[in-house]
Design a protein around this ligand. Structure first.
Ligand code: ADP
Ligand code: MG
Length: 348
């Protein structure tokens, strides 16, 4: 059989790790990205640099691949949908459209009788007065947010009035959950009730950016089961193909809430590269390329730390890592404050 060529839209570290996993499975990758310095170009077979709106280069890209996947959410639905008319796009473009819209995403989750934070859509200044019920809260742009970008903490109605909100954009106001913990579930779905699921991962954020992940998560049995069941229900309802991450909040009364869904591989799952027989990246490639499903086996407990901004520098200098330590440098050209530059996984 001739080799499969997988197209990956987006060229960040997730794209790099997908390309590495694909290579090990004998699959060629072509990465399409609008950043000329995209780190994934160091790991894929071919790199196409172009804006996502350039139809001609999209067609050139699509002509060279068998299947298309993506490593980030913020791709216009129209683009993915047009590509899907020519080559299979997985996860399906409609799934991405649903999840890239915070309101549609939360409505979808609630319809499954799964708990989320309380939320309200805000389209206009006049709606702000009646929002006491949702405060303290966090105001978020409905689309295009990541790593806490486009989010404003709001303690009272006056805070809201003081903010100079650009109402050409739409917003969602979410009630603040008194957090005890955050966890995530990573699941790879192959077909109806055919999936591989990783155990819950415990996550610690700093300034709304993921800093630490670890397994096992220190949670009770009920939350362990409920988080897995909810992730399975979500993946089944979406008829999802590929790796998906569900982020959860646990409040001080041990209630579980879904925070959000990521229709892709996820930062909290980097530790699966070393802690499991099959990583979230390999599983994603296996599912979207319709390869064999391999039963997941945990190899070790693990913890991961994200190296943000210049925190990467001492690790680049370091010569000897422990046998249980795995350092990843994303090879980003420019160091910026809070930019994810690399990570270190330690098996424990
Ligand atoms: P992003 O798309 O940037 O990941 P999230 O909605 O996941 O946005 O928010 C990032 C982080 O901010 C969360 O992981 C959590 O730590 C905090 N956060 C967001 N919304 C809430 C909320 N309603 N209550 C408590 N903490 C929140
Ligand atoms: Mg998040």
């Amino acid at each position: 059989m001739s080799k499969i060529t997988l197209g990956i839209i987006g060229g960040g570290q997730l794209g790099s790790m997908l390309a590495i996993a694909a290579k090990e499975l004998g699959i060629n990758t072509i990465v399409f990205c609008d950043d000329i310095d995209a780190p994934a170009q160091n790991f894929c077979n071919k790199f196409i640099h172009s804006s996502y709106g350039n139809n001609q280069s999209i067609i050139d890209f699509v002509n060279q691949v068998d299947i298309v996947t993506y490593e980030f959410e913020n791709i216009p639905y129209e683009t993915l949908n047009e590509i899907n008319k020519l080559k299979v796009v997985l996860p399906k473009p409609s799934v991405n459209r649903l999840i890239q819209h915070r309101l549609a995403e939360k409505d979808f989750i609630n319809k499954l009788n799964i708990r989320t934070t309380r939320y309200v859509s805000i389209k206009d200044k006049s709606e702000i007065e009646a929002l006491d019920d949702f405060l303290p809260g966090i105001l978020k742009t409905v689309t295009l947010g990541y790593d806490g970008k486009g989010q404003y903490p709001i303690n009272n109605v006056n805070d809201l009035k003081k903010l100079n909100i650009d109402f050409s954009k739409k917003y969602i106001l979410e009630k603040l959950v008194k957090l005890k913990k955050e966890i995530s579930i990573i699941i790879t779905r192959f077909d109806n009730f055919k999936y591989e699921i990783y155990e819950p991962i415990e996550n610690t954020h700093q300034d709304q950016i993921l800093k630490y992940s670890k397994i096992p998560a220190e949670i009770n049995e009920k939350i362990f089961e409920q988080s897995k069941n909810w992730a399975i229900m979500i993946a089944e309802e979406l008829k999802y193909v590929g790796t998906l991450c569900v982020e959860f909040f646990i409040d001080r009364n041990e209630n579980l809430y879904v925070n959000e869904i990521a229709p892709r591989v996820h930062n909290s799952g980097h530790l699966t590269i070393n802690a499991y027989n099959v990583s979230q990246f390999e599983n994603h490639i296996r599912a979207v390329c319709r390869l064999e499903q391999v039963k997941l086996k945990k190899i070790s407990n693990a913890k991961m730390v994200n190296l943000l901004g210049d925190q990467i520098l001492p690790y680049r200098e370091k010569e000897n890592f422990g046998k249980n330590e795995f350092f990843f440098d994303y090879l980003k050209k420019e160091i910026k404050k809070n930019r994810k530059m690399g990570h270190l996984t330690t098996l424990v």
